[in-house]
Design a protein around this ligand. Structure first.
Ligand code: PMP
Ligand code: GLN
Length: 396
């Protein structure tokens, strides 16, 4: 044994370390900081949802379900998509239940992308997209969002589309910036893709968090886009249960068939009692219909507090994230530090509030340019948690 040397290991993801979300949560815990970093609620879900899962367990729904998801849940999802966005997905052939949105996105990419295919992502964006594309053997084409507004720049997107472009990943409401795509932006995307062979992976996990009476522009609202799109959503976000890891994909039948070929080998099936519980809970639309007002109130409470600080707020149209510009925080500059990453470490360890640096959502080259003075807070927290964080932020 003493001479044993394990085989050489060549990383598939040499640039990747632990995600910023885990890193900042660990730092927050270590320093007893209020954690407004990683996106998750610090309050419980509706007890009725837990009751529904408990009932499903007691009723014996504890073995492997159908590979595609339990029929009652797929039907509930199809009914919701039809009611909200006017597109009828077939519950048998076009809806698949997934182990959260992360698995859904990865599985969609593995199903679509052949080695050498290009996939466009709009930076800053959620951190799993680029590694997913690389693991599929694809080539990541990074297109920056507008650096001031974080809105899509269709000229740049058009310029990035070439003969090898297989897909584009979009995300509205947007993590991290909180922008919500407008109807005319969706129409621009429709027109731009019209004569291309590009699929759309539409990450809509924050679909029910859109504020100020605006509407979520799901690709399902646009028949031409829907015909070339995979919609991804997550019950973790909608029902305040990020740890349950249950989501879904809606896509046209031919694409769903390909999606399921991969799905059956990388997850096979998703937690049975959770699926039954969620299906029962979905019988009432009220919980997700109430969500915009629920989070808008938290956004407004948080923004009212931030107005009295040196942090300059960016707009927040949706999601549960609020971004701020940190340039005017003199105490940080006086501490001899710079950059959003150092700011978040300093804010966590010295001020007692954790946030996420925006550069974590871009490749190093882009991140340094556009987002070096911006950090993201998550306001999916109890009012008392937000108030406690604001008390610390006021002293900056
Ligand atoms: N996409 C975006 C934009 C997200 O913010 C998240 C949340 N982590 C996910 C996907 C993944 O969701 P899930 O927790 O359901 O895997
Ligand atoms: N989506 C969440 C966020 O953006 C966290 C997900 C994760 O920890 N991977 O904060």
């Amino acid at each position: 044994m003493t001479n044993f040397k394990p085989p050489a290991l060549t990383s598939r993801l040499p640039q990747v370390g632990t995600t910023i979300f885990s890193t900042m949560s660990a730092l927050a815990q270590q320093h007893g900081a209020v954690n407004l970093g990683q996106g998750f609620p610090d309050f419980d879900c509706d007890p009725a949802l837990i009751e529904a899962v408990h009932t499903a367990m007691l009723a014996g729904h504890n073995q492997y379900p159908q590979m595609t998801g339990v029929p009652v849940l797929r039907e509930a999802i199809a009914a919701k998509l039809a009611a909200l966005y006017g597109h009828s997905y077939n519950a048998d052939s076009e809806i698949t239940v997934t182990a959260g949105a992360t698995q859904a996105i990865f599985t969609a990419i593995l199903a679509l992308v052949h080695p050498g295919d290009e996939v466009i992502i709009l930076e800053p964006c959620y951190d799993s997209y680029a590694p997913n594309i690389e693991l599929a053997g694809g080539v990541v084409k990074r297109v920056p969002l507008d650096t001031q507004t974080f809105r899509p720049d269709f000229n740049r997107i058009q310029a990035a589309i070439g003969p090898r472009t297989r897909a584009i990943v979009i995300n509205t409401p947007h993590n991290p910036s909180g922008t919500v795509w407008s109807e005319s932006e969706m129409q621009c995307l429709t027109a731009l893709l019209r004569d291309t062979a590009v699929w759309v992976i539409s990450d809509e996990v924050y679909e029910h968090m859109v504020f100020d009476r605006a509407a979520h522009q799901s690709v399902a609202r646009f028949p031409e886009l829907a015909a070339r799109s995979v919609i991804v959503s997550s019950f973790g976000k909608t029902y305040h249960v990020t740890g349950w890891k249950v989501g879904y994909v809606a896509a046209p039948a031919p694409l769903t068939r390909e999606f399921r070929k991969v799905h059956q080998f990388n997850v096979f099936t998703v937690n049975t009692p959770m699926q039954h519980g969620i299906a029962r809970y979905m019988q009432s639309p009220q919980p997700y219909l109430d969500l915009p007002a629920f989070y808008q109130r938290k956004r407004d409470l948080f923004r009212a507090g931030l107005a009295g600080t040196r942090l300059r707020m960016l707009p927040c149209e949706g999601s549960y994230f609020q971004c701020v510009d940190i340039s005017e925080v003199e105490a940080f500059a006086q501490a001899g530090r710079q950059g959003d990453q150092a700011f978040c470490e300093w804010l966590t360890t010295e001020i007692g509030v954790a946030a996420i640096p925006l550069s974590a959502f871009s490749s190093p080259a882009q991140g340094m340019l556009a987002t070096q003075n911006i950090v993201r807070f998550c306001f999916a927290k109890q009012d008392a948690t937000l108030t406690r964080a604001l008390q610390s932020l006021r002293d900056l």
